[in-house]
Design a protein around this ligand. Structure first.
Ligand code: FE2
Length: 400
C-alpha cells in the first residue's frame, strides 16, 4: 500500500518531541512491514502502546485441516454452514494451507471483540451486510462487495449494522495490488483495473477512553496457529494522528473495471490482489468475447501449479451450469486435475454478449487442505458432474 495518507495531528518532523496541550509527550510508534524495509506508518499514542497487564491463552475455533486426498474437485455450500455470530471468533475454517486460510462467518449485530492478526494481513470479502470496522488508524465503513484489507497486527473490531456474511481470506503474508499494476514507485498504472481513488481508508483518527481492555491476538508458534488474549492498561484506540503508507482500506467490486477481449481472457486479467503464494481475482458482470466464433466460457485448464477456489457471490455463473453450484457455493479445483465448464454450458454460452456473474477467486500455489467448516457442507456429488455418473453408477457407453 504505497498511497501516502496523513490524519489528525502529527509533528512536522518525525521522531521529534510532540506534546499534548498539557505538555505531556505522545508515544510514537512505527508500524512497519519487513523490518524497517517496506511500507510503514508512524502513530502517535496518548498511552504506552506496549503496556499490557495480562496475557492468557485464547482458544481459537477449530483449526483442523484435512488433506484433499483422494484428490477431488470439491463443492462446498457455505450458505448451509452454521457459524458463530461475531466476525472474529465466529469464523469457521473452510480451506487452508501454510500461506492462506479461508474462513466464513455470518454475523449478528453485536460488536466483535478487539482483535488483531499477527500472522498476516486479512482480506475480508463482504458478501452481504453493512457496518463499520473500528481500527487503531480510524474507522472504515463496509458494504456488500467490499474487500476490507486490514494490515497484519492492526488492532480492530467489527461492528455490523446488520447481519453480515464475511468471507475471510487470512494471509500469512501481506495483501497488495499485483506488482505488474504498479509503477516502480508504487502508483497504480493506467492498465490496472482500478486506481487509488477506489481505495477508501479512514478519514479521521478514532480515540476511545478505557482501561484494562482485552485484545485477542491470533499468532503463530511452532505448534501452528494459536491465540492469546492480551489486556492493555489503557485503550489501544488512543492515536491522535498518524501518517504513512500502511493502513486499512476498502475496495468495492463495483470499482473494478473488468478487462475483456475478442476471445476468452485468462483469469490473470481479473486479478485484484496478491499475497505470498496466492492471488485474489474477481469475475464480474461484463461484456464477453466478440470474435464471431468465440466460446465465451473457459476452455478446460489444468493449473499445474495451483489450487483454484471460486466463491460464487452474485448473478449466474455460466460455466458452472449443471453442476449444482449456486450462490454461496465454493468450488475447489485442485492442481493436478483439469477442470472447465460442465459440457452443456459450452454450447449454451455461444453467442452470449454479456455475463451477469460475480465470483471471488483465490488461487494458491500450494495445495489447500479442507477445514472442518468446509467438510461440514461438502456436496459429495460434485466430483462426478462432468461425467454425469459416479462410482456407484455403471457405464452405459464407452468411448473406446
Ligand atoms: Fe479455473
Amino acid at each position: 500500500m504505497a498511497h501516502y495518507r496523513r490524519l489528525g495531528e502529527v509533528p512536522p518532523k518525525r521522531h521529534t518531541q510532540f506534546r499534548d496541550g498539557d505538555g505531556k509527550l505522545y508515544y510514537e510508534e512505527l508500524m512497519g512491514e519487513e523490518g524497517f524495509s517496506s511500507d510503514s506508518s508512524l502513530l502517535y499514542h496518548r498511552g504506552v502502546p506496549s503496556a499490557i497487564v495480562a496475557s492468557e491463552v485464547w482458544e481459537l475455533p477449530d483449526q483442523t485441516r484435512t488433506p484433499n486426498h483422494p484428490l477431488r474437485p470439491r463443492h462446498l455450500r457455505l450458505h448451509d454452514l452454521e457459524t458463530g455470530s461475531d466476525a472474529v471468533t465466529g469464523r469457521r475454517l473452510v480451506l487452508g494451507n501454510n500461506d492462506v486460510r479461508i474462513g466464513y462467518v455470518v454475523t449478528g449485530t453485536d460488536p466483535s471483540p478487539y482483535y488483531r492478526n499477527a500472522i498476516g494481513d486479512e482480506c475480508m470479502f463482504v458478501e452481504t451486510g453493512t457496518g463499520v470496522v473500528e481500527t487503531v488508524f480510524g474507522v472504515v465503513g463496509y458494504r456488500a462487495g467490499d474487500y476490507v484489507v486490514i494490515p497484519r497486527a492492526t488492532t480492530h473490531r467489527w461492528l455490523p449494522a446488520e447481519p453480515s456474511r464475511l468471507y475471510a481470506i487470512e494471509a500469512n503474508s501481506h495483501v497488495a495490488p499485483p506488482k505488474r499494476y504498479l509503477s516502480r514507485f508504487g502508483q497504480l498504472l493506467e492498465h490496472a483495473p482500478y486506481c487509488e481513488r477506489d481505495l477508501y481508508g479512514p478519514e479521521q483518527p478514532f480515540t476511545q477512553e478505557g482501561a484494562d481492555v482485552e485484545v485477542l491476538v491470533k499468532h503463530r508458534t511452532s505448534a501452528g496457529v494459536v491465540g492469546t488474549r492480551m489486556t492493555y492498561a489503557t485503550h489501544p484506540f488512543d492515536v491522535v494522528g498518524w501518517d504513512g503508507c500502511l493502513y486499512p482500506y476498502t475496495f468495492n467490486l463495483e470499482d473494478y473495471m473488468p478487462i475483456t477481449g475478442k476471445i476468452h481472457q485468462p483469469p490473470p486479467v481479473h486479478q485484484v490482489f496478491e499475497g505470498h503464494n496466492f492471488v485474489v481475482c474477481n469475475f464480474l458482470p461484463r461484456k464477453v468475447d466478440y470474435h464471431p466464433l468465440s466460446v465465451p466460457v473457459p476452455y478446460y485448464h489444468s493449473n499445474v501449479d495451483s489450487d483454484e477456489v471460486m466463491f460464487y457471490v452474485g448473478g449466474d455463473y455460466e460455466a458452472r451450469k449443471g453442476s449444482g453450484i449456486g450462490l454461496g457455493s465454493i468450488s475447489l479445483h485442485p492442481g493436478g486435475y483439469a477442470h472447465g465448464p460442465q459440457p452443456s454450458a459450452i454450447e449454451a454460452s455461444l453467442g452470449a454478449e454479456y455475463f451477469d456473474e460475480s465470483a471471488v477467486m483465490v488461487d494458491t500455489f500450494a495445495p489447500l487442505d479442507l477445514g472442518e467448516g468446509g467438510l461440514a457442507v461438502e456436496d459429495p456429488a460434485y466430483a462426478w458432474t462432468w461425467a454425469g455418473r459416479g462410482p456407484d453408477d455403471p457405464a452405459v457407453f464407452s468411448n473406446s
